[in-house]
Design a protein around this ligand. Structure first.
Ligand SMILES: CC(C)(COP(=O)(O)OP(=O)(O)OC[C@H]1O[C@@H](n2cnc3c(N)ncnc32)[C@H](O)[C@@H]1OP(=O)(O)O)[C@@H](O)C(=O)NCCC(=O)NCCS
Length: 167
């Protein structure tokens, strides 16, 4: 059974391994990160999970003890942008197409609303069909189109959408 819950201290190894596994398998192509996470990331993640005012709030999906999905929101925090947060999501390559990202992001939308954010945004490669579908299905609207928004590892520049959802 797949469980979705808020990330807590002790999850940091699982979170780092989850991301590194996708990067090694070249299954993390349309995300900002393309470098493996290291010990410093582990420390940062732990600090973030310990913090009362984290840089990023995470929910995770687990199959037993294994982290197999993640969603995070990163508040803008500064002055007139403080009602906003950016959102990112990902699911392990062996677990895709089963509704896990939908469950993670839906859970995060409820949480973000409770935290009184008024707007979430993300940038998604236009050719990332699954992610664009997921965002649209959950009520994100395409608000912009960025030419050459992302440089893929194969050297191609691809366009990205800016998507936003009002809460
Ligand atoms: C994008 C991603 C998170 C989707 O996760 P998932 O758990 O497979 O998503 P879901 O099962 O909830 O599916 C969401 C929708 O996308 C569709 N979908 C999933 N994979 C798809 C694929 N490969 N091609 C087309 N549609 C797909 C699903 O059918 C579903 O639509 P439906 O409800 O009409 O059936 C996952 O593919 C992933 O982690 N990709 C790599 C990292 C990434 O790109 N992150 C996002 C950066 S913006």
């Amino acid at each position: 059974m797949i469980i979705v819950r808020r990330a807590k201290v002790g999850d940091e190894n699982g979170m780092i391994n989850f991301v590194n596994e996708q990067i090694r398998k070249k299954e993390w192509n349309y995300t900002g990160r393309n470098k493996l996470k290291d010990k410093n990331n582990l420390k940062e993640t732990r600090k973030n999970l310990l913090s009362k005012k984290p840089k990023t709030y995470y929910f995770l999906a687990f199959d037993g003890k294994k982290v197999i999905g993640s969603v995070g929101i990163t508040p803008r925090n500064n002055g007139r942008l403080r009602h906003r947060a950016s959102i990112g999501w990902g699911v392990h390559y062996n677990y895709r197409g089963q509704g896990i990202a939908t469950k993670l992001v839906t859970t995060m939308l409820v949480f973000a609303k409770k935290k009184r954010f008024k707007r979430l945004d993300a940038e998604i490669a236009v050719e990332n069909i699954a992610s664009v579908k997921l965002a649209k299905d959950l009520g994100f609207k395409i608000e912009g189109h960025i030419k050459k928004g992302m440089l893929l590892d194969d050297g191609r520049y691809v366009d990205t959408y800016v998507v936003g959802k009002l809460l």
